[in-house]
Write a protein that binds this ligand. Structure first.
Ligand code: FPP
Length: 280
């Protein structure tokens, strides 16, 4: 946070907004559905690819702002399992942009202590994109700052199905018993070591989850902004965090203003929840 205040232009709107945030109540993991690139381009009579190219600037700025704020993890939804339905030229543009981004920005990611990761069925991506991803993962593996997690060829249902198949494969190798708990199932998801998102941001005003992190967003606070992704800036991220800090997160329990006597049900509920290790 101190770093953010130094980074934001002194006296500028970002610094003012950042100074209003409670550094003790920052979301640990922010997930973003980056939407509106096509509409941004259409408004300017540009091809859709121009919207995606402009969206890279927002990616860069969001990552930098998260680094400065000391956010633990950022997951960006860059390509859904359903995005293959788009015209081939648009799909190719997206893979080219990803490769270009990784080649151009890797030094910057390393300088910012970012650890790069991906989720999704990566094996279906073009070879060049896979190579660039593998290189970035290896090069940043020892970094201890922001966990940057890019969702590529990602689907929330596919992730759950992959996890179920992983459970079954493990059971076949052991004693054949496939009994899971929420905690053990979680270990089979794509990134079990990253806590569930606290804050889910969606740009462009759409009120949809679009098959994103279906398991992990069970208790995420959702923030939808009308801003189209290529227009999304650090100030928008700060506004989302400010809004998040006003929410009362109850996780099914009672708010702080409610009488909260210990009940007999409490131990049963606590043991049913696997999220308790990172739930506040
Ligand atoms: C959604 O907008 C956006 C995408 C499907 C792609 C997101 C990709 C980028 C921001 C650039 C590359 C990413 C990285 C990580 C370097 P849309 O095309 O669905 O917009 P629309 O709903 O207005 O048509």
């Amino acid at each position: 946070m101190k770093e953010f205040l130094e980074w934001a232009k002194k006296g500028g709107p970002e610094a003012k907004l950042a100074s209003r945030l409670d550094p003790e109540k920052l979301p640990r993991h922010i997930a973003v559905i980056m939407d509106g690139n096509g509409r941004w381009a259409r408004k300017r009579l540009l091809p859709r690819a121009a919207g995606h190219r402009a969206g890279v600037r927002s990616v860069r700025e969001t990552i930098e702002a998260c680094c400065r704020l000391g956010i633990d993890a950022l997951t960006l939804y860059a390509f859904s399992a359903e995005n293959w339905k788009r015209p081939r030229s648009e799909v190719e543009t997206l893979w080219d942009l990803l490769s270009h981004y990784l080649r151009k920005e890797l030094d910057e990611l390393k300088a910012n202590n970012v650890r790069f990761q991906v989720i999704g069925r990566i094996e279906a991506l073009p070879r060049r994109a896979q190579d660039d991803i593998d290189f970035a993962i290896v090069e940043t593996a020892a970094n201890t700052g922001l966990r940057l997690n890019i969702a590529l060829n990602y689907g929330g249902r596919a992730e759950i199905i992959d996890a179920v198949n992983s459970v079954l494969a493990q059971a076949r190798q052991t004693d054949g018993e496939a009994r899971v708990t929420e905690a053990s199932f979680r270990e089979h998801l794509y990134s079990p070591d990253i806590p569930d998102p606290d804050l889910l941001i969606r740009t462009s005003g759409e009120m949809r989850i679009s098959n994103f992190l279906l398991w992990q967003i069970a208790y995420a606070e959702i923030f939808v902004t009308e801003r189209l992704w290529p227009d999304f800036r650090a100030i928008d991220l700060l506004e989302a965090i400010e809004d998040f800090q006003k929410r009362e997160r109850r996780f099914g329990g009672l708010g702080p203003d409610q009488p909260n006597a210990e009940t007999e049900a409490a131990p049963a509920l606590a043991s049913a929840s696997t999220s308790s290790d990172y739930v506040e």
